[in-house]
Design a protein around this ligand. Structure first.
Ligand SMILES: [Zn+2]
Length: 258
């Protein structure tokens, strides 16, 4: 089924048995980035090639920039799990998944992504979004679509590099410790509603309940990991909310020219 690579950047094919039919006929309109969370690329590969694991991704990018393809793009790889983005819950059926070799939060702090690896990720993402016409605001991290379960690709992933290449939504972080009111777990009311609405407008799976519950905190944490990585605490301080405003205005301007 995977007889030739879908991208010219692939140097090796290692077909995984862990895939199925794409459902819903919606086409491919999302791209999800992951870290492997494994100590080495070999261990990540073994895991994704094992039928027992029931996990896979379309691509795996090693630390030296080598790109391995495991699942044909036309097939539904099993990388997203229980997830939600912009109201869609079957993310696997409409996305391409890229695993990036990095031990992630197995280490404290997580190890940096080498330059060669990031250059390879950018080239691969560029190729995939061009071929499928994927909008930059639908290029997301696993933590964005499963905020209560996942932390990858992590706050150490250089989203600003992808943003500068026009491949994902990115906005500069507001400075920490801006003066102003903080919203936090236990709070409720119209300000919490507005916060939830704004996060949902970016794509996060969050209902407008008006209660700052654990789900809200997990989504705020995911937003911080991606857009304001200097502090990840799930508290909507002024800096977080100002960064959210910047991201929404960037999204609006990207949509205008898309
Ligand atoms: Zn993941």
């Amino acid at each position: 089924m995977l007889s030739e690579p879908d991208s010219p950047w692939v140097s090796r094919l290692c077909p995984s048995p862990n895939h199925g039919e794409r459902k819903g006929g919606c086409g491919i309109d999302m791209l999800v980035l992951h870290y492997t969370g494994c100590p080495s690329c070999e261990s990540a590969l073994l895991w994704m090639l094992s039928p027992d694991a029931e996990v896979s991704a379309h691509y795996l990018v090693d630390e030296d920039g080598e790109i391995i393809q495991l699942v044909a793009e036309e097939r539904r790889a099993w990388h997203a799990g229980l997830s939600c983005w912009a109201g869609e819950t079957d993310v696997n059926s409409r996305s391409i998944g890229i695993e990036i070799q990095n031990a992630g939060h197995l280490e404290d702090p997580p190890p940096p992504y080498p330059e060669k690896q990031i250059a390879a990720v950018i080239a691969l993402v560029e190729d995939i979004v061009r071929r499928h016409g994927i909008a930059p605001w639908r290029v997301v991290g696993h933590s964005d679509i499963a905020p209560d379960r996942k932390a990858d690709p992590g706050e150490h992933f250089p989203w600003e590099r992808l943003g500068k290449a026009g491949l994902c939504l990115h906005a500069p972080s507001a400075p920490l410790n801006l003066p102003g009111e903080m919203l936090k777990p236990g709070d409720s009311g119209p300000a919490v509603c507005a916060l939830q609405r704004d996060l949902a407008r970016l794509g996060y799976g969050l209902a407008e309940t008006g209660d700052y519950d654990e789900t809200t905190r997990a989504v705020v944490r995911a937003f911080q990991r991606r857009f304001r990585p200097a502090r990840i605490d799930g508290l909507a301080d002024s800096s977080t909310r100002e960064t959210l405003k910047r991201a929404l205005s960037r999204l609006a301007s990207m949509r205008r020219v898309w």
